[in-house]
Ligand binder design. Sequence first.
Ligand code: 3HC
Ligand code: NAI
Length: 722
Amino acid sequence: MGSTFAKRLGRAIAPRPEFARDAHRGSITMAKVDVRTDGNIAVITISNPPVNALAHGVRAGLDASVAAANANPAIKAIVITGEGRAFSAGADIAEFRAGMKPPGLLEVIDRIEASPKPVVAAINGLALGGGLEVALGCHYRVASKSVTQLGLPEVKIGILPGAGGTQRLPRVIGVEAALDLIVSGNPTVAASALKVGLVDELADGDVVAAGIAYARKLVADGKGPRPTSARVIDKASVPADLFDKRAAAVGRHPSGPMAARHCIEAVRAAVGTSYKDGVTQEQKLFSELAASPYARALQYAFFAERQAATVPDIGADVKPREVKSVGVVGAGTMGVGIALALLGAGFPVTIVEQSKEALDTGLKRLKETIDNAVLRKRMTADEAMKRMVLVRPTLDFNELGKVDMVIEAVFENLALKKAVFAKLDQVAKRGAVLASNTSTLDIDAIASATKRPGDVIGTHFFAPANVMRLLEIVRGTASDKDAIATAMAVAKRIGKVGVVVGNCFGFAGNRMIEEYLEEVQALMLEGATAIEIDQALEAWGLAMGPNSMMDLAGIDVGHRIRREHKFSDERMRLYRVADALSEAGRHGQKTGKGYHLYDAKRTRTADPAVDAMFEKEAAAQGLERRKIEREEIVARCLLRLVNEGTRLIDEKIVARPSDIDVIYTAGYGFPAWRGGPMWQAENALGLKACFDRMKALEAAYGPRWKPSAAFERAASRAHPGG
Ligand code: 3HC
Ligand code: NAI
């Protein structure tokens, strides 16, 4: 390294840096490859921060660098690696929309594999998608022991590994193991990759040095290229029904109706065929997926989630406060779930309760959840112990004086919450973030109980809090920017998607769900049965239909809220059957019956008695009943969500429509392959068409269907189809 030759080589083959504008952030990144030599080895380094996405400049750079190294007689072998924390996270997803400029990734990788000199991948960090496909195109692979993500996650963005990955991976690790990785999209760790033969060697320390040493040894041993595509997978080595069985087992895949099945078909095409034929089929299937609305929606969802991490008026200059430990007040359903999420990220958690009995009950549930994870092999016993050691249970409120952030999860009662926050004001450290998990109460009112309202925010977790990914971070009138930034940082650390929302009744997600659920009541009065509604929305893609969701949450909860808060006469009329169900003790799953009936295993069946109640109420209200088609059920539910969503944007409760879509996909079981309610309205149904339908519904049903002013403005700007 450092020789004039190296400089010349570098100048000759390193392409001019390319500046790519990051589509959603507007930031500038530099996509290039760097080349140096180490004796007779050329070391090619992908450099495109932050994750070395394979943008045009990288593809062109790799292509030119490998060609130049091959053309240079002084070079005997080539090492490819990545700069920073990634080998490469794969194709640049932002490029998909605009279309990829040549050279394409597949041809670049094919040319790497065709190199007459041995090529070694020195996998320094995560290698995902096209990144792993580059490594598979290399003849040998050395990985750092610390690499935790090697995989082909394309299915999660609605496509398949489209740079030869579906053909090379089964040739390297076997068909069944390849199907596991490709269809789940989940990555594996370096140690497991070694076991299945995905990598040839693990490096403890400097992986580039190990890669160079590996290459040097290949040269010394006279070993040449080892092209994967030359191998043939014997048809007889694969069970005849493997692919059909896998396809039948796909079920409701998170990537939607197409991608997982196409992945299976692409791997099927690798068996008993030449690489050339297999890859032709891979490309055909890839193109079908890339053109599908599901892929577009999933790729939008990927960026929407990352965009939610930025709050328009909270820039990089606002530093989150340091959080080393957290306190949780209340060890009920939510307190325990929140504590579990925090423990999972290694936070010591002080849990405060009002009585020994409540504390013991909460701790028992916490321990049971962790033990269960060990039993199901989702956690090692060692990890479980590490988490339990971090739990600090106490009845002494003063213990909260030691923590950097407190999350309150006591009963939903304003007077009680104010009393808790007044006490927190007395004992908490200066600068500690004081968060409430309230779902309906006014954050400003809670903050007013303290002399430090700037430290007070809402952190609205979703049940079960240790599982659900969404965290609504509620910004009160006085909340300090760095308190919000702190909650965002903690959300990321505990694996949640934090979305900042304004302070209003129901915040963003629940305010919208109230509109949707009201429409469900109207549909049932008009003639749709409870089970028909759930089945229509589940067939459309929702994880759980609305009536099953209410049965899970408890019909009594909504009933109590309707008694305690003021709602329109229309809403109270539409909810008469729901209130009657609650008064009859039909609270949902917990009482064995609600909208549906539940057995001991909580399997639901339809209950004609509930349909009869709606029929009777409809007659009392003079409503005519009819058969309602699935399309109408889905459209009316969706449009109510969207209309309220537009109001939230107008009132600046949320910063952008994509934040609403993130809330719905991460917290409400809305399928990411449908983008989200706002994306659906704009991209699938068309804003103008939505608006016209709403006007027709307003004429038929009255003011609950009045499009918001924001909706009207947006629709008037949209062209007729969109
Ligand atoms: N393309 C473009 N940008 C990407 C990207 C990609 N493949 N992967 C990550 N980024 C960007 C993110 O948008 C984000 O940008 P921002 O800071 O401007 O918001 C930045 O890189 C950092 O990403 P994260 O915030 O997600 O950082 P994490 O450390 O939490 O996660 C990651 C890193 C695991 C790489 C995660 O970003 C990820 O899963 N990325 C997607 C990986 C993927 O799907 N690869 C396959 C791409 S498709 C493909 O290769 C097709 C091929 O087969 C032909
Ligand atoms: P819960 O009734 O299961 O638990 C509340 C706990 O707080 C009880 O264990 C109680 O003993 C304890 N507690 C009461 N006063 C206390 C005090 N002064 N000091 C210490 N502990 C005290 O209630 P849940 O469901 O966990 O709800 C808690 C909060 O989370 C509420 O504000 C609720 O609105 C909110 N929430 C609930 C969701 C849910 O699905 N259950 C979802 C999102 C938010």
